[in-house]
Design a protein around this ligand. Structure first.
Ligand SMILES: Nc1ncnc2c1ncn2[C@@H]1O[C@H](COP(=O)(O)OP(=O)(O)O)[C@@H](O)[C@H]1O
Ligand SMILES: [Mg+2]
Length: 275
């Protein structure tokens, strides 16, 4: 095993080369009879955003849960900051598709949850909760319960809860999949702004090709049964990204490329059903 030295919070190896935040090697996962993915190799660097896209059921959520330490791989190896993942760990936070909020807790109590679990002092928790609620635009809604606010606001709350623990790795499972199209756009651009203020390593699962191109530094296309990394697309669009990014010719090219990669299979699958 290589020695690691902490320099200003960045893990570096003894040779001085930066170590990836996440290293997934020959990863495989099965649920009894179902083999979900096989031989997945992926490295995610410090402050890098990797978007994962692939058809429904290809194992995106499963892979994210493995990175979060909620599920063990059945083959291969997964390391976060150089250490094998054996369970949920400090520094890694997840935002769930269906918000994952406690319905009996208020917005502020939900945001405070991870900080309480980490045993932080009440005054430190109060300060961080207030800061994160403001950051995601929820000021004034601290004492509301999740059912009293819109889906978009519930997801802002889920994001604030994840950001409150100051994660070095942020995992997002189709975070805007359950909100309407306009809210989704608003939240995408707000997330980009928040990321610019606090760049973290992010693994972002999405169904949306536009969202993958807008968010990612790279896009992993998962395909097949069991699935594997079919293609890795470098997204060479400048940051900071904003609404203007959507109008760049390069955005359209990348979008088209990912679209054709995914659609070839979707069309073949449809023909299979019709025969
Ligand atoms: N807890 C589970 N037990 C058994 N099979 C599961 C479980 N969770 C997911 N699966 C199966 O694993 C496959 C991948 O699921 P999932 O990771 O949710 O895919 P995605 O997020 O890409 O839609 C699907 O076939 C799904 O039915
Ligand atoms: Mg999923």
């Amino acid at each position: 095993m290589r020695a690691t030295i902490e320099t200003e919070g960045e893990p570096v190896t003894a040779s001085g080369a930066a170590q990836p935040r996440i290293r997934i090697s020959r990863a495989g996962m099965r649920y009894d009879a179902i083999e979900v993915f096989r031989d997945v190799d992926l490295e995610v660097g410090d402050r890098e955003v990797v978007a994962i896209i692939g058809p429904s059921g290809c194992g995106k959520t499963t892979l994210l849960r493995c990175i979060d330490g909620l599920l063990p791989l059945t083959a291969g190896e997964l390391r976060v900051e150089g250490e094998p993942v054996r369970g949920p760990r400090e520094g890694v936070a997840m935002v769930f598709q269906h918000f994952g909020l406690f319905p009996w807790k208020t917005v502020a109590q939900n945001v405070a949850y991870g900080l309480k679990m980490a045993g932080q002092r009440p005054d430190a928790i109060a300060a961080k909760v207030a800061q994160c609620i403001k950051l995601v635009g929820l000021a004034g809604f601290e004492h509301y319960y999740p059912h009293q606010v819109s889906g978009g606001m519930q997801q802002r709350c889920g994001l604030a809860r994840a950001l409150a623990v100051e994660p070095r790795v942020l995992l997002m499972d189709e975070p805007f999949g359950a909100v309407d199209a306009q809210t989704r756009e608003i939240l995408q651009f707000e997330l980009l702004k928040i990321w610019e203020m606090r760049p973290t390593t992010m693994v972002f699962v999405t169904h949306s090709i536009d969202e993958a191109v807008l968010m990612g530094d790279r896009i992993v296309v998962l395909k097949g049964r069991p699935s594997g990394v079919h293609e890795m697309v470098e997204v060479d669009l400048p940051r900071p990204r904003s609404r203007a990014t959507l109008t760049l010719p390069r955005f359209a090219q990348l979008r088209e490329h990912v679209w054709s990669t995914l659609m070839a299979d979707a069309i073949a699958a449809e023909h299979e059903v019709r025969q």
